[in-house]
Ligand binder design. Structure first.
Ligand code: EPZ
Length: 416
């Protein structure tokens, strides 16, 4: 296992290119199961999660070639079984359930376990598929789903679920009749999937709103598509500019996906200016404490909660961070405390009292975004911070230590 050694104190300056969005690429790769032919996806980020879903697609008999440009040929889907050993490493593997069932009439997908940020149930995915006529059984840790032909129906999601919305949108694409998703997730990644499915020949209206209507079609065809930039990676580098009081220009980011984040960071005191698709972020202090509450899009993204908490650790005064999406998404708090942060957790709320300094120490990553928050803390902590178990980071950040080094950070990756 690798670890990152960071010597804090450098103000980051320069330009960073934002990679393709992990959470857009994953459903789009799964969507290729719906087509009999070769789809080309460009701007694919080099991440562990992408490698995992490619392995899963190959297990199903899909041919995948390339790296940042993927050629995915699903002409021959030879299996409908997504094995535990792959699904347990990435919850998003559940995204093959809908397209497999729609394409093959059956699917056997391991139940994703919980993970560091909460139990992560998939009951809403299963309830929706059952309402479309699927028989769903749970057998020895596997979801066994069968349905000759899914039927369009009205689906109401009790909770806004991103992959739930994506899974059912893909399943409904080849269903008989019309499916209406109510209380659908509005994340940009959902919209991106819908626009790719429409390019494939699907009939979908309303993506990006909380009511999405899908009129089933008999077939969809392969396409060429370029993945949108990763709004969470962009947000992470924006916080890096703030916390190091640096000056970073983010290249190739979609500013319209960042409104809640820009609003909050400007409230704290960062100077953010946009120029033809690039975002310049300057972290001139003094910063002001503020409150943050995570919400479904277009609210403040839960995937940026750990990162902004790190920034607030160094802002004078008290800030309240409320996590409304996941039950246990405060695993980074204990590690930040090891660096000298003053944070108290009460239920789904963290009270962050600003301190003058953080001090380098060995810390351990527990989940993807928590590991990003520890790297951000290390960039500014006095002395050396060692972040272990960086495989969590590699799931969602492309060459983070390289990008940070190019911005002037004193950071290196070593074998643990
Ligand atoms: C997606 O996860 C993202 N992953 C997550 O990003 C992100 O944090 C999350 O959406 C929220 O924005 C991908 O897109 C691959 P949900 P997802 O279903 O779809 C509950 C990252 O860091 N729920 O929107 O799994 C669930 O427990 C990852 O890149 C049910 O109860 O999240 C949670 O409390 C982490 N039953 C809430 O809904 C269900 O059937 C929202 O979860 C489904 C969800």
């Amino acid at each position: 296992m690798d670890k990152l050694i960071i010597n804090g104190g450098t103000r980051l300056k320069g330009e960073v290119k934002i990679s393709g969005a992990k959470n857009a690429a994953l459903p789009l790769i799964a969507a290729c199961l719906l087509t009999e032919g070769c789809t080309t996806l460009s701007n694919i980020p080099t991440l562990r999660d992408i490698i995992t879903i490619i392995k899963l697609m190959e297990k199903l008999g899909v041919e995948v070639k390339g790296k940042d440009i993927l050629k995915i040929d699903a002409s021959q889907v030879r299996s409908y079984r997504a094995p535990y050993e792959l699904v347990k490493t990435m919850r998003a593997s559940i995204l093959v359930l809908g397209p497999l069932l729609a394409r093959m009439g059956r699917a056997k997908v391991s139940l994703p376990g919980g993970c560091a940020i909460g139990p992560r149930p998939v009951n809403l995915h299963l309830k929706a598929l059952e309402s479309m006529g699927a028989t769903i059984k749970l057998e020895r840790g596997y979801i066994v789903a069968e349905c000759k032909k899914l039927r369009g129906t009205r689906v109401y999601f009790d909770l806004s679920t991103v992959t739930g919305t994506e899974n059912i949108m893909m399943a409904a694409t080849l269903a008989q009749g019309t499916t209406v998703l109510e209380n659908a997730a509005k994340e940009p990644e959902v919209e991106e999937l819908a626009s790719a499915l429409k390019k494939m020949g699907a009939h979908i209206e309303g993506a990006g709103t909380d009511v999405i209507t899908i009129e089933g079609v008999a077939h969809v065809h392969p396409i060429e598509h370029t993945i949108m930039p990763d709004r969470i990676e962009a947000g992470t580098y924006m916080v890096a500019a703030g916390i190091t009081q640096g000056d970073i220009t983010l290249l190739n980011c979609n500013v319209t996906h960042l409104n809640a984040l820009i609003e909050k960071l400007e409230e704290i005191g960062l100077k953010i200016t946009e120029k033809n698709g690039n975002l310049r972020v300057v972290g001139t202090t003094p910063f002001k404490s503020t409150d943050v509450k995570t919400l479904p899009y277009p609210g403040f993204p839960t995937d940026m909660q750990a990162q902004i908490m790190t920034l607030l650790c160094l802002v004078e005064g008290s800030s309240i961070v409320t996590e409304t999406i996941f039950k246990d998404r405060f695993m980074h708090v204990g590690e930040l405390r090891r660096l000298g942060a003053d944070i108290r957790v009460e239920g789904n709320t963290a009270i962050v009292n600003g301190v003058k300094k953080l001090y380098g120490a060995p810390v351990m990553a527990t989940d993807l975004r928590a590991s990003a928050s520890l790297v951000l803390a290390g960039l500014v902590a006095e002395g050396v911070t060692e972040v272990s178990r960086v495989y969590h980071l590699d799931r969602g950040y492309e060459r983070m230590e390289v990008k940070l080094s190019q911005l002037g950070a004193d950071i290196q990756r070593v074998k643990e």
